[in-house]
Write a protein that binds this ligand. Structure first.
Ligand SMILES: Cc1cc2nc3c(=O)[nH]c(=O)nc-3n(C[C@H](O)[C@H](O)[C@H](O)COP(=O)(O)OP(=O)(O)OC[C@H]3O[C@@H](n4cnc5c(N)ncnc54)[C@H](O)[C@@H]3O)c2cc1C
Length: 416
């Protein structure tokens, strides 16, 4: 069903009774060409691009819960491509370009809003670092503007420029960054993948990987065995658990990341803003709530709920740049399990087990990567070769010393 303004009008006149379900509820087949484990944003995007770009549609996406129940429906919705390193920047810029055409491509309103992202800096060294990053971004075809204090003040006069411990000196602005309604991304990809013939199997937990003579031949699930020529794991915070079913240990720790939404306020923040002297990021949703977050909780966990010390830390970050936030009440908060890799960068790679592929390690930033991750994973699965912007996301990069350490903090999942 093609969505359009006319369709909304016509459906309105007939009591909205003729909308079709966004995707089918099929029973699993005995076998598929490709089984994707995990129906989050990345898994669904992979299925969509496999069918659309490579005409491979004998594909199942196997999800233990419901579509959108994982991090794709829990994140703070920020998209950007303001990276510095060669292994990262072209990949995230491809993602940004795919976001720009996302709604037309999928015929789905995901409220893609390029309202801009401003990374604040608070001292000269940080400004110089941002100049370097801005230049690297421009070399990769992205947009970047360095702002001084007065320009930031014009944009956000209510920020604390004087009395705080870390006075704001300026910021690096990426105008094309912004936000996207996160669960609509999952629904949009699911709807189109289904339309192209992909089976989306919800409430179907993968309990084992079927290995025969060192080759991955399928999966064991709560709905029975499903055979597959290739199995593509894509389970975000559950990466360690699922890969251990094949006896593999991935360089990933699972941590909790929390998100917060305040009560609805009148429009105050036009774009996304990040604090440079601590970890805090904030935007305002179309309903008026301030949507914000910060650091991961400081311990490993698979629970999808967070702890109070991280709440305090996040709120301190908010108070440091905009003290008026202290008067807003928090309406909702939740947690998601994120897959923190050792250098903060992701993996899209084959494993040493034939027929078993891995996509994970997205840490804080996998939502903005969703379209490019799906595209590049589909490319790898269909052609056997990494996509040209994802050649560095290898599982063996630590063995070879080729870490993609964007922040230069070393192998410290809790620091990046
Ligand atoms: C609070 C929070 C805020 C964030 N903010 C941002 C942000 O602003 N910008 C940004 O770019 N990124 C952000 N992220 C990160 C981003 O959300 C994730 O990196 C990204 O969503 C992960 O990919 P995914 O969508 O495929 O994951 P998920 O949606 O988590 O998908 C993985 C799926 O695998 C399923 N699964 C797990 N185990 C099994 C199994 N055994 N069998 C079958 N299915 C299984 C899960 O149920 C889940 O649905 C944030 C994350 C959190 C938690």
């Amino acid at each position: 069903m093609h969505y359009s303004g006319f369709k909304i009008f016509a459906q309105g006149l007939t009591g909205n009774k003729r909308w079709k379900a966004n995707w089918r509820q099929p029973e699993p087949k005995d076998s598929y060409d490709i089984v994707i484990v995990g129906g989050g944003g990345h898994g669904l995007a992979t299925a969509y691009y496999l069918a659309k770009e490579f005409s491979i549609n004998n594909v199942a996406v196997v999800e233990k819960g419901w579509i959108g129940s994982g991090n794709v429906g829990r994140n703070t919705t920020i998209i950007r491509s303001n990276y510095m390193l060669p292994g990262n920047e072209p990949f995230y810029e491809l993602s940004m370009k795919l976001w720009e055409g996302f709604e037309q491509d999928l015929n789905y309103n995901a409220m893609v809003s390029q309202r801009g992202i401003l990374n604040l800096y608070h001292n000269d060294a940080q400004r110089d670092g941002f100049i370097r990053r801005g230049n690297a971004m421009q070399l990769a075809g992205a947009d970047a503007i360095l702002m001084g204090r007065e320009e930031v003040k014009e944009m956000y006069p209510f920020f604390d420029f004087q009395s705080s411990r870390f006075p704001i000196r300026g910021g690096l602005w990426q105008k094309r960054g912004g936000t996207v309604r996160h669960d609509a991304v999952a629904w949009g990809y699911a709807r189109k993948a289904d339309e192209l013939g992909v089976d989306i199997l919800q409430n179907c937990e993968v309990t084992g990987l079927r290995l025969e003579d060192g080759v991955c031949k399928g999966i064991e699930t709560s709905k029975g065995t499903i055979m597959a020529k290739n199995v593509a794991v894509c389970v975000a915070g559950s990466s360690g658990r699922v890969m251990s079913m094949a006896g593999l240990r991935v360089p990933i720790e699972s941590h909790i990341l929390q998100a917060f939404v305040s009560e609805g306020l009148k429009p105050v923040l036009s774009g996304v803003v990040t604090f440079g002297a601590g970890h805090f990021y904030v935007s305002q949703s179309d309903k008026g709530g301030l949507v914000f977050g910060g650091d991961i909780d400081g311990y490993n966990s698979y629970a999808q709920r967070g702890n109070l010390p991280a709440v305090e830390d996040v709120c301190e970050g908010g108070m440091a740049i905009m003290p008026m936030i202290g008067r807003a009440r928090i309406l909702r908060m939740w947690g998601g399990t994120v897959d923190m890799s050792m250098d903060g960068s992701p993996f899209i790679d084959k494993t040493d087990i034939q027929g078993l592929y891995f996509n994970g390690g997205w840490c804080y930033g996998g939502f903005k990567a969703t379209p490019a991750s799906g595209w590049c994973y589909a490319h790898l699965l269909a052609t056997g070769r990494p996509h040209e912007v994802a050649t560095e996301f290898r599982l063996d990069r630590f063995r070879h010393g080729h870490m993609i350490d964007e922040k230069g903090v070393g192998a410290q999942p809790n620091l990046h």
